[in-house]
Design a protein. Structure first.
Lengths: 119, 114
């Protein structure tokens, strides 16, 4: 079954450092997303990406964050200058359509996540 | 500002019995609801969804009920199996079921005991 793959599985970094989290979405999917989950908290939407541009972003996704699809397969999340509060599990997801349909066939498929620890 | 609330952080159920996971929401603009299941060290995986025009959707052992007037939905698992032990997230979508900006609850950890 196709899956979304994320690397690294765990990254430890010093506050102020730049971090790039990488994702390979499912090959025929067109919509890409980043979510994050701070330990013990809910999963939160960060950004959605379609047709090589951001289609929606949350308040969390400030100027320190950026996303890119540098080639036909990878989708990256960059945090320019990490803060302690950026420590979280970051999930990449992809879907074939923007809208959910009743069968659920085109719902988001999530990767296993990248755990970011900022010291 | 918790638009989607799962008030029970955990639930323990005996194998073979029914598991009922609850979710409340505050935003009347939500028109699609999804349940995701998450095992440790894995990402959330889709379980079942329901449109706001329906009040019930069933898929095998899993049934989701939606009570729009109460802004409440529940996931029923019958019969529960030890493999169902996971964290269950309720998520909601507005704008015709758009998957951009799903709003998640905090999750309920289900433990199914043999």
């Amino acid at each position: 079954e196709p899956e979304v793959t994320q690397t690294p599985s765990h990254q430890v970094t010093q506050m102020g450092q730049e971090v790039i989290l990488r994702c390979v979405p499912i090959s025929n999917h067109l919509y890409f997303y980043w979510y994050r989950q701070i330990l013990g908290q809910k999963v939160e939407f960060l950004v959605s990406f379609y047709n090589n541009e951001i289609s929606e972003k949350s308040e969390i996704f400030d100027d320190q964050f950026s996303v890119e699809r540098p080639d036909g397969s990878n989708f990256t999340l960059k945090i320019r200058s990490t803060k302690l509060e950026d420590s979280a599990m970051y999930f990449c997801a992809s879907s074939s359509r923007r809208q959910v349909i009743s069968s659920g066939a085109n719902v988001l498929t999530f990767g296993a996540g990248s755990r970011l620890t900022v010291l | 500002d918790q638009q989607v609330k799962q008030n029970s952080p955990s639930l323990s159920v005996q194998e073979g019995r029914i598991s009922i996971l609850n979710c409340d929401y505050t935003n009347s603009m939500f028109d699609y609801f999804l349940w995701y299941k998450k095992y440790p060290a894995e990402g959330p995986t889709f379980l079942i969804s329901i449109s706001s025009i329906k009040d019930k959707n069933e898929d095998g052992r899993f049934t989701v009920f939606l009570n729009k007037s109460a802004k409440h939905l529940s996931l029923h698992i019958v019969p529960s199996q030890p493999g169902d032990s996971a964290v269950y997230f309720c998520a909601a979508s507005a704008d015709g079921g758009s998957q951009g900006n799903l709003i998640f609850g905090k999750g309920t950890k289900l433990s199914v005991k043999p």
